[in-house]
Design a protein around this ligand. Structure first.
Ligand SMILES: [Zn+2]
Length: 209
């Protein structure tokens, strides 16, 4: 654990498992309010000539979950793809391929969260402009999440919403494997970790799958 700005050398020394551990340790510091002291402007200077992030995180646009903050990371540490409902499409897959295959990141974390507005919208079949199509990408998770007889399958059922969010993370990971030959091969050869996570908006805690 260090505040050292990532370099080609430090990135090369991090294994996929270590990358995940670094993120876990960062979130632990965050929830304990023991974030590292960083000179962000100094990190701007240190990364001006190149970036060597150790991980890429796909997460929701939710304003309560700024990725670097909740993982206690600085400038040049992690790639971020943020989209409502943490789904992937061609553009995000291309971004992740760039992050891992070209830029050397060692882990992809797909992070959902509790009380996700996008997941609620998908559960409620919300329709609005471009949002409709975006929510369609979350609907398979809604359909695959079971409920007991008589139990509500909409956003009034918090437990259901959070189970759908879990399933959605699982399906996003499957999507990455299925639709990115580049990343699937890197994962199978042990070059990258590919792991799900869930952020709890009540506590700030991140649970990895
Ligand atoms: Zn969300």
């Amino acid at each position: 654990m260090s505040t050292v700005t990532q370099t080609a050398q430090s990135q090369a020394s991090i294994t996929p498992d270590m990358a995940v551990e670094l993120l876990k340790a960062g979130n632990k510091r965050f929830v304990e309010n023991k974030g590292l002291q960083r000179d962000l402007l100094q990190q701007v200077n240190q990364t001006a000539s190149g970036q060597f992030p150790f991980a890429a995180v796909v997460s929701c646009i939710d304003s309560r979950i700024p990725t670097e903050v909740v993982f206690d990371q600085g400038i040049g540490d992690i790639f971020n793809a943020r989209v409502a409902g943490n789904i992937v499409n061609e553009d995000i897959l291309g971004s992740l391929e760039f992050a891992c295959k070209i830029s050397g990141s060692k882990a992809i974390v797909v992070m959902g969260h509790t009380s996700c507005g996008a997941v609620k919208g998908a559960c409620d079949n919300a329709q609005l402009g471009n949002l409709t199509q975006m929510l369609d990408k979350i609907k398979p998770a809604v359909e695959l999440t079971p409920t007991a007889d008589g139990e509500a399958r909409d956003s009034n059922n918090t437990a259901f919403v959070n189970q759908v969010a879990d399933k959605n993370v699982e399906l996003t990971i499957e999507n990455i494997k299925k639709n990115s030959e580049v990343l699937n091969e890197m994962h199978q050869q042990g070059e990258i970790a590919l792991i799900g996570a869930m952020y709890d908006v009540n506590t700030g805690e991140i649970t990895f799958s």
